[in-house]
Design a protein around this ligand. Sequence first.
Ligand code: EPU
Length: 419
Amino acid sequence: MDKILVHGGRRLRGSVKISGSKNSALPILAATLLTKEPCTISRVPDLSDIHYMLTILSELGCEVERASGTVQIRAEKILTHAPYDIVRKMRASVCILGPLLGREHEATVSLPGGCVIGDRPIDLHLRGFEALGAAVKVSGGNVKVLAPHLKGARISLRSNFGSTVLGTGNVMMAAVLAEGVTVIDGAAEEPEVVDLANFLIAMGAKIEGAGTRSITIEGVKELHGAEHEVIPDRIEAGTFLAAGAISGDEVTVSRVIPAHLESVTGLLSKAGFEILSNGSQVTIRPGSKRVALKIDAVPYPGFPTDMQAQMCALMATTEGISVVSDHVFPHRFMHVAEMKRMGADIELQGGTAVIKGVSQLGGAPVMASDLRASAALVLAGLQADGITEVNRVYHIDRGYESIDEKLNELGAEIERVKA
Ligand code: EPU
C-alpha cells in the first residue's frame, strides 16, 4: 500500500487550483441514469470514488467516456441491480437507488455497511422512497425498492443529526419522475444538493427551493440529456486554507465559490488569520496572534463535519484550549489517537475533542482511517518536527486530487512511496 512521507517545517506560499467537488459529482453522475439521452459532465475530479461510481454506471449498462475531467454518459438501456463487489467499496453508491427507482421503478443495491466515521444508516432515504409509494425490502444484505407507480408526497428528512445530504439527493432524483408534487421538508441545504438540483433542472426537472429546508418538486414525464459543470470542492479548498493556516506565509485557493467557504473562513479569521476574498479566490495570511477556538461541526451553512479533523490539526498547535464537537458524526475522531502519537495533547469526551495546544508536534508513523482524517494527518505532518509517515493513503486518494503534488507546488516536501 502506498504511503506518504511529509517532511515537516516547510513554509507554504502560492496559489492552488481547486478541483470539482467529489460530493457534488457523485450524485450528479448517478443522476445521468434518469435519461436515455447522453449527458456531459465537466470538472469531474480524478478520484478513486469517482472511478467506482463510473464503474457502477458501466456495470449497469451505461456507455461511459472520460477525457480530462469531462465525462460523457449515455444510459440508454440499463440494469436495475448493482453488483455487490463494486457497491461495497463506496457508501455513496447508495445514490443510484433514487434515479433507478424514478426511471425503472425498481432498484436493488447492497446495503452499505458501517464505516469508521459511524454507523451511517439509510433509513431516511428509505423513508422517503416509501412516502413516494415504494415498497422496501431488505434481504440477503441487499435493499430492494419497488414502486410500479411513484406518486408525489410530503416527506420529512429530519433526523437528530440534521438532515441527510445524499438522502435529500436520492429522494429528489426519484421524485422528479413521480406523478404530482413532492415536498421535502427538513431537506439538506448543502451546495452539493443545489448543484444536483441545477443539473436535474437542466435535464428538464421542475424543482424549487434547493438550498433551503423545503424543496418542491413537480414530477415530469421524462428527462432529457444535459451538460453541467460541477461546482468547486469547498472541502478541498477548506483543507488547503487550513494547510495555509498551519504553515503558510500566504496561500491562495483559486477557482472557488467564496460564499460556500464562509463558515470555514469565518472560523479561520476568528482563529487569528487574515482572510481576503477576491472574485473566485480566497487568500489566507498569518495574523498577529493565533487563538484557540470552540468549534461545532453542524449541517450547512454551519461549519462542516468534513473539515473537523483538519481544524483539530490546526488547533493542536494553537496555544490555549480548543473544544471541537461533531454534531453530524459524533464518532468521527479516529484522527485524535494518531495526532496524539505525534505529541498532540487531546482528550476525547464523547463527541468532543478537548485540545490543549502544544508548541510543536513531532513526526511519527501514523495510520489514515478515513478520507478527512488522512488529510488532517498530512496537515499535522506539515507542522511537525521531522518526518510523518502517513500509511493507508488510499483513503486520501478517494477525495483529494493529487494532494501531495498540489502541496509540493506550494513549497511542501511530500514524497509518495509506492508499495
Ligand atoms: N443519517 C441517518 N439516516 C439516514 C441518513 C443519515 O440517521 O438515512 C444520519 C447520519 O448517520 C449522520 C447524519 O444523518 O449522522 C448526516 O448524514 P448524511 O446522510 O448527510 O451523510 P451522507 O449524505 O451519507 C455526505 C457526504 C459526507 C459528509 C456528509 C455530511 C457524500 C458522498 N458524502 O454523506 O462526506 O460528511 O454528507 O455533510 O456526499 C467526506 O467527503 O469525507 C464525507 C464523509
